[in-house]
Design a protein around this ligand. Sequence first.
Ligand code: UDX
Ligand code: ADP
Length: 475
Amino acid sequence: MKLEVKNICCIGAGYVGGPTMAVIADKCPHIQINVVDLNEQRIALWNSSDLSKLPIYEPGLDEIIERCRGRNLHFSSDIEKNIAKSDMVFISVNTPTKTKGVGAGKASDLKWIDACARQIAKFANGKTIVVEKSTLPVKTAQTVKKILDESEDNTKGNKKFKQFSVLSNPEFLAEGNAVDDLVNPDRVLIGGNDSESINILENIYLSWIDKSKIIKTNLWSSELSKLVANAFLAQRISSINSISALCEATGADINDVALAIGTDKRIGKYFLNPGPGFGGSCFKKDILNLTYICDYYGLKEVSAYWQKVIDINNWQNKRISEMVVEKLFGTITSKKIAILGFSFKSNTNDIRESPAINICKELMIEGCDLHIYDPKVNFEQIVSVIGESKSDLNKDNSHIINEGTWTFAKTVYSAADGADAIIITTEWSEFINIDWKMLSSLLRRPSWVFDTRSIVDTEYIESLGINVWRVGLGN
Ligand code: UDX
Ligand code: ADP
């Protein structure tokens, strides 16, 4: 086979497939790339002439889409045709944690991967390299290969007439920084057993990435490395968050501690920001997967060790909502609270596993009146996770005692107008630059700011007569 790919099809136009294919298209103008998805509405948004309507928000992505779309980057719902004409198919579909059946709550739901493998088996022609991009449990590639090789579309009698090679090429992009992570990755990992196919995929990356950054391993090392990378990153966050609670109790400042430990090169300064707990589609899911695999192999202690990273995360999340109620004199019924930020981190509109979800739910149980503002998250997204506000159902706009309400706010200032408290749940730069003087005149006294991201100047806000709680800051 020639070391050159002319047509790529990517199945799944989501947070991974969209930006990854956009950057490959930008760097490899000689390759035609078709990104396909079952979700026709999502495809229509990718094709929208108004670039502010792209289905995912990622800094710098709109410019790349503008350059490449229609040239060598295409978005379509015609899965059959685009698989058929491709030499290489990337699988970038969602793999959430199973909610029922065997492994519920831990194992990944592979039904979309299974469906993809069957589609590829049916429509592919000749030799096709199948690249696993989604985060997947170890040994998934083996399953995909089995479906491809043994599907009835590929066997007539016992003779195979299509050839497939399966590679694992995990994505290490962090949302909000996806374009830079793709353009300047720390490494590119390619796992597989077929060196020819590995070289073909490597050749694509060599268009803009130095060879020294490309790591080639066997399939299982590659699949496992992805889970372990995310588990290690999540572990750092649970570590720093656990110490944030100790700082609050003892009078230390987590920012000082993070600086003091992070300057040790062996520890490193990155990923030491305390917060309300990690969110996003990967960390929790990947650790659960890791514990599931460990349990399967009888490694109970290893499984319990990693489970603790999730336990601390849940605890951090819950202790924040409990602390808000406590500081507001033990009751928040009918009190107005502004929630600033609903995405799981800044610079993304993704709300999957966002810590804001549980914080809002817990506060609503206490009967408060939330006003939620996020620069990129829309009303429908919030409804999808916390439901319609009860107040929407009440024609007279009266509040239901002990069942909270929420309202979608269009600005920080409307969210905060008349509020008893502000909770900063996402570290958007807009919140770092808030005009606190102006805000202080809008709040109801006694007023509080709860900074779960450690981004505000506590002394300044306190000088305006507002009480401040900041994660990891002891008094
Ligand atoms: C992560 C990995 O970083 C990426 O390599 C992998 O491919 C996918 O999963 P992502 O989930 O997009 O990326 O975001 P990340 O920047 O890792 O943040 C995850 C969560 O941890 C966020 O909720 C973030 O706010 C939180 N976080 C991160 C902290 O609380 N403190 C930190 O210091 C860093
Ligand atoms: P990720 O963060 O992993 O990219 P997303 O949920 O953002 O996850 O995107 C995954 C996309 O994959 C969704 O838009 C979904 O519609 C699409 N998808 C899932 N299964 C299939 C399939 N069999 N064929 C085509 N698209 C699929």
